[in-house]
Write a new protein. Structure first.
Length: 384
């Protein structure tokens, strides 16, 4: 039996009213000055103010920074670190989607250890814990509230790059499904599909283990059964609740088994064309999966069943192929494009994207089969 290592999240509170625990948890840390990191949209919706109210009730000084970007860059991260480096905050609270949470997580390190975000790119480059971070997600997608990852775009290299360290896992995750109820259909679709991709890549990747498999399968079940409903009717509380839980579980699986080639291709695509992360992943998902099928037909056949495909009486190959069809059907139903050309990508862009993909070695190494440059080129061509 191969050795595997498990990375558990900090404390997790899930359910309606979860943020009510903010004040109590801040008191446990003896925190005196907190900074809420959010984006303009979440702030305008009043969600950051709801969090601020919970913290202000415990004699805690609270400031709000609504400067997180929808697709965060090192440029903005470093500017925020410079802005707040003398502020002496002892608690950061990320409120929003994965971009706001990643910004809070990375900022906690820069305020503690100085330097720039680029200095900590890679695995285990962070020397220790930074300022404690509480995470309050308002989308069901990235799972950043329980992962050791913080992903940022590098404008100069036109590539997304990851900081990966146990020291980035938030001290506390407060997941309240009601905070996602106002999420627009397009954001619900993109973030939800991203969560599903996390679960599938964790389940089929090289780092998959018994623990991550169990969690990833449950995440697939919850997301596949509820994503269409949540996109079609944002007021469907049952679907929203299941999506929030599915995203959380997919994040825990991601922390322990990692993403793979779908994300590797999405990094240069998202950075170059400024696409939402879930859209960049979603458009590539069926084409990467199609090439990966032969690496683990039994698991991909199970994925197909989890996605609702009828596989009784089919061979593993036939069943696995049904999974690709199910992915395309889901993407179509929730409004995710299935062709790169529909996202403004030109055919002449494909070679540059393929070459850039090969630099995302951390994620490619976890793919269930090694990919050559020619195979990556073929995926890009198929997706175009």
């Amino acid at each position: 039996m191969d050795i595997y290592r498990l990375m558990f999240p900090g404390k997790v509170v899930f359910g309606v009213g979860a943020p009510d625990a903010l004040g109590e948890e801040a008191n446990r840390l003896a925190a005196r000055r907190a900074l809420i990191i959010t984006d303009p949209g979440v702030h305008q919706a009043g969600l950051a103010d709801r969090v601020k109210e919970q913290l202000s009730g415990v004699k805690l000084s609270v400031d709000v920074c609504a400067e997180a970007e929808p697709e965060p860059t090192f440029t903005r991260l470093n500017a925020l670190a410079e802005k707040f480096h003398t502020s002496k905050y002892d608690l950061l609270v990320g409120v929003g989607g994965g971009s706001s949470l990643d910004t809070a997580k990375a900022l906690s390190i820069l305020l503690a250890y100085k330097g720039k975000g680029e200095d900590y790119v890679g695995v285990d480059k962070i020397p220790g814990y930074g300022i404690p971070v509480f995470a309050v997600p308002t989308t069901a997608g990235t799972g950043s509230e329980v992962t050791p990852n913080a992903i940022f775009g590098n404008p100069e290299k036109q590539l997304k790059m990851g900081m990966v360290s146990i020291y980035l896992i938030p001290r506390l995750a407060l997941v309240d499904p009601t905070l996602t109820y106002g999420c627009p259909p397009k954001v619900t679709a993109a973030s939800g599909l991203d969560a599903l991709i996390h679960a599938v890549e964790c389940y089929t990747g090289n780092k998959a283990n018994t623990f991550s498999d169990a969690i990833a399968l449950k995440a697939m079940e919850l997301i596949a059964s509820n994503l269409r409903r949540a996109v079609k009717n944002g007021s469907d509380k049952e679907a929203r609740n299941c999506m929030a839980e599915g995203s959380l579980l997919a994040g825990i699986a991601l922390a322990n088994a990692g993403a793979a080639a779908v994300h590797a291709l999405a990094y240069p695509l998202g950075a170059r064309f400024h696409l939402p992360h879930g859209v960049a992943n979603g458009v590539l998902f069926p084409y990467v999966t199609e090439l990966n099928l032969s690496a683990n037909l039994p698991k991909y056949a199970i994925v197909a069943r989890m996605l609702g495909a009828e596989t009784d009486g089919l061979s593993p190959q036939e069943a696995a192929e049904k999974g690709v069809e199910a992915i395309k059907g889901l993407a179509k139903d929730i409004g995710i494009p299935l062709r790169l050309r529909d996202l403004g990508v030109r055919r002449e862009d494909l070679e540059e994207l393929a070459i850039a993909t090969m630099d995302v070695t951390r994620l490619l190494a976890n793919n269930p089969r090694p990919l050559t440059l020619d195979e990556v080129r073929q995926i890009w061509e198929n997706a175009w």
